[in-house]
Design a protein around this ligand. Sequence first.
Ligand code: 1CP
Length: 482
Amino acid sequence: MAVTAAPVRATPSLRNTIQRGLRTAPPTAIAAAFRLAEAEAEAAVEPEFRTAAGPFGEASRLLLLLPAALLAAAVVAARRVWAPTAPAPVAMMAVTTAEIDAKFPPLKNDGVLRAIRGQPVDRIPVWVMRQAGRYLPEYVDYTKDKEFFSRCQDPEVACTLTLQPFERYDLDAGIIFSDILVIPQALGMEVKMIKGQGPVFPEALRTREQWYKIERDLLARVGVSGIPDAEQVDHVVAHAAKLADALSYVYDAITLTRTRLNGRAPLIGFCGSPWTLFVYAVEAKKTKTYTEVSKMIFTDPEFVHRILKVMAHVCAEYLIRQVKAGAQMLQVFDSHANVLPPKQWREFSLPYLTLIAELVKKECPDIPMIVLPKDAPFALEFLTDSPYDMVSIDPTLDLGKSHAKLLAAGKGVQGNMSPTTMYAPTAKVTELVTEYLADAFGDGSEIPKRYIANLGSGMNPDMDPANLGAFVEAIHAFGKKK
Ligand code: 1CP
């Protein structure tokens, strides 16, 4: 009888049956087990039976494959015992904001929270981006001998800087003094804030080998080693909560600041979007072309997704910890949303923004969340049915139309006066703000629902502090009977 050299293979249906039974095992382990089992079975079969169908047809083939199947199951089971698979994240008890509120002084001004929930407010609430910053002489004076990230890492300093603008303005929210780049730092990347240049990563993130090492080092921090490169990512994700411990200085700053705010206004916690953090880490310094991230998304999208997945899980855990430390609302900055064409934004940013909000809301169901897709007007329509409560819009969008659109979707709008307004003479600022609100909302006979006023990208170092005072007052005056 002619003997063919056709290798023995598990039939697809048999393979499926076993795979269904072993769904909890990682696919790579199952594939490896099958390869091993097939080789074993083939070696054990007498040569005359090694034909495509065998002398007794398909039945004998299945019979021959039984030991292979059993062996596959045994190998998978053994692997699970000897090499631990990524643990399932520990289910946490959901925490309500009321439980956290009980630990802090009562809130005297809840305007922003009421606006996010769609409750009536007696004035438009307002805060601005970079309200703690170099436009304030007291900020310059207090920080002159303190390196940028050391300010973020010292809760006393971060608290002082967050509270400084409250000495001057009747603000409706404070944002904790920190930076979006503390996450890459916490993941083990070096970030320097260089005067005149902004953030710089001395080692740009460009290769899989660099990222695998970052994952390996993160796992070593939580006592896990010996995981193959391909499987590391799931282990890192499973340990995201523990990895967020590295940012305990932010949580301490939040607790201290909320206590010292003494209920004057809610405190905002924040993080950067995974995509935005990825851009900073890969480009490494200021860029106008975004060459490196663009090359990466079009040549190795799977690798990009792997990084974004880790970032998203760590961001979510970081935000959850900020809430537990006292943050009363959260904002996610997708500051580099504009780098992506709309289709690619839907692939590389939106799913991770959504994942963050879902993970946070699972554990902190009633925490208000705002998302800022900067300079990406196309993003608005995709955020109307996202888990975010409010979208922060930039000055490229029409306030009235965006507000109506989001209101119809049960969400609110934050934004979006152009910061260039702050270069007008102080008296003119009042006029411009009144006009801008009237254009969007009419004569002011009603205070718009679900609206928080804000100022584009915020205050620049060369802006007059008096103009922010005029801005805040004019916002508050809108809709008030003269
Ligand atoms: O009041 C506040 O807003 C202070 C807290 C805060 C926030 C919310 C700071 C302090 N940074 C941020 C967020 C942040 N950081 C964003 C998102 C907001 C945005 O899109 O503008 C971004 C992109 C960063 C990264 C960053 N930090 C840059 C680069 C900006 C760019 O164009 O790429 C720079 C220059 C910084 C430094 C920084 N962070 C914060 C301040 C006050 C400063 C300026 C440095 C200083 O005043 O000493």
